[in-house]
Ligand binder design. Structure first.
Ligand code: PLP
Length: 463
């Protein structure tokens, strides 16, 4: 049993101490975890205790026991997948969200959360150059953001085809033809699966993974009826962006709904030097992105943006007698996302944007791309390294001759622990992928990254 308000204070003070120690350790610690999960299930497991433990002791035990199993994902030397980092203001705001414990679904019940998220949404639309009247919903990640945007698309397409989706469901509905580029993220297919839309038609892409508009035109022309096209802002391997003006023009010709998956790429629009990458993307119908990636708020936070607010609210909204619906304002937050109950994920977004400002966000995104370019240049100078992509954003894909050598170098880098980078397969080759998505990656981390790859390559070559 908790022992009153003092227990909050002691538990939170303990948590703040452990969190600060963790963040301070990021500068020097090896990036990878020291213990695998199966070595940690014992210490965390055992028989379910019959009686409890004071909260601060639970926090101490948790922090000490978890520490060897933590990956230093918020370190500036972490370059795996596309993860992001945590800005100080966003992290602290996230703690407040937990302490406030607001169920952010209803505008009337949690007015501060609604007001903060509405401001964050308006700022985002301005920063990203998206339609002022679009709806913004805060979800868990880009998978759900894409799902949400495409759900609005499904509703609109079927309604325009004279089908009542809410009443009759999908059975017997006109088929929606879905089109994706060859190198879309796999979670787009997952979203389509959740929506009951089946496997998409795969459209050919160029050597950087950009969808080819002529191929989209040919694929769309093969049939008729409702169509949904999902484009990509930011390819996982190359960082490339689909050619939006051309692809959207083709999609429009066939009356398609256009969704853009910009999990980490949408943020390019916020940096004037990079906004050419997203040129024309504002003409789409819906967009999905992650705040936990390029913006650097703590996990988890994705953002769904939909131009046609009535389609989104029809797809996601509900009316229940026990809820107190917003009567005068812009509607309830729950109408824009799949969940009724949820934490106020938009609050850390607001805090991140408030702490960065327009110039700070532009500088952050520009800095990530600049660090990627520096890493690519440093790696290209090493003998035996091939940089495989045109590095124009935050992603660098490299190979070291044959697949076996690339795999061995990747394993060696991870084993050495100075930096963490993930392996992948692209263009029929094993590759090492360097993904820059953390505000803490500075010149020093760039140099460490290049040196770590050089050392691993030399070790592999030396046998
Ligand atoms: C391009 C792209 N789309 C979608 C996703 C899925 O995002 P999330 O894992 O936040 O759901 C990712 C994740 O890396 C991504 O890079």
């Amino acid at each position: 049993m908790p022992h009153g308000d003092d227990e909050y204070a002691s538990a939170l003070t303990a948590a703040a101490g452990h969190a600060t120690a963790w963040l301070q350790s990021l500068k020097d610690r090896d990036v990878g975890p020291r213990l695998p999960a199966h070595d940690l299930t014992g210490p965390f497991g055992g028989p379910l205790p019959a009686s409890g433990m004071p909260a601060a002791d639970v926090v101490d035990l948790l922090a000490h026991t978890a520490e060897p199993g933590l990956m230093a994902m918020p370190s500036g030397r972490f370059f795996g997948w596309v993860i992001g980092g945590t800005l100080p203001a966003a992290l602290a705001a996230d703690w407040l969200v937990s302490a406030w414990d607001q169920n952010a679904g209803l505008r009337y019940a949690t007015p501060a959360m609604a007001a903060i998220e509405e401001s964050a949404g308006a700022w985002l639309l301005e920063l990203l150059g998206l339609p002022e009247a679009a709806d913004v919903g805060f979800v868990t990640g880009a998978t759900m953001a894409n799902f949400t945007g495409m759900a609005a698309g499904r509703w609109r397409l079927l309604t325009d085809a004279g089908w009542d989706l809410d009443r009759d469901g999908l059975s017997g509905a006109p088929r929606i033809r879905c089109f994706v580029g060859r190198e879309r993220h796999d979670t787009v297919d997952l979203g389509l699966r959740y929506l009951g839309l089946g496997r998409p038609v795969v459209v050919d892409a160029d050597d950087q993974g950009r969808l080819i508009p002529e191929a989209l035109e040919a694929a769309l022309a093969e049939g008729t009826g409702p169509a949904l096209v999902c484009l990509q802002a930011g390819n996982l391997h190359s960082g490339a962006f689909d050619p939006f003006p051309e692809a959207i023009r083709v999609a429009r010709k066939h009356g398609a709904w256009v969704h853009i998956d910009g999990a980490f790429g949408l943020w390019a629009a916020a940096a004037p030097e990079l906004s050419h990458l997203t040129r024309g993307y504002e003409d789409a119908d819906s967009w999905g992105t992650d705040a936990h990636k390029t913006l650097n708020v703590p996990y988890d936070c994705g953002i769904a943006i939909v131009r046609d607010a009535s389609a989104l609210r029809s797809a996601m909204g509900l009316h229940a007698s026990y809820l107190v619906h917003d009567a005068e304002g812009p509607g309830d937050p729950f109408e824009k996302v799949p969940e009724l109950s949820r934490r106020a994920r938009g609050v850390p977004v607001w805090a991140a944007l408030k702490s960065l400002g327009r110039d700070g966000l532009a500088g952050q995104v520009r800095g990530l791309a600049a660090a990627a370019a520096q890493i690519a240049a440093g790696l290209a100078d090493l003998d035996g390294v091939e940089v495989l992509n045109d590095v124009g954003y935050t992603q660098v894909s490299v190979a070291f001759g044959d697949d076996a050598t690339t795999r061995a170098v990747t394993a060696r880098i991870i084993e050495d622990g100075k930096v963490w980078m993930s392996g992948s397969r692209w263009r029929d080759r094993d590759i090492l992928r360097v993904s820059v998505s953390n505000w803490r990656t500075s010149r020093q981390e760039v140099e460490t990254a290049v040196a770590a790859v050089g050392t691993a390559l030399a070790a592999v070559r030396g046998g």
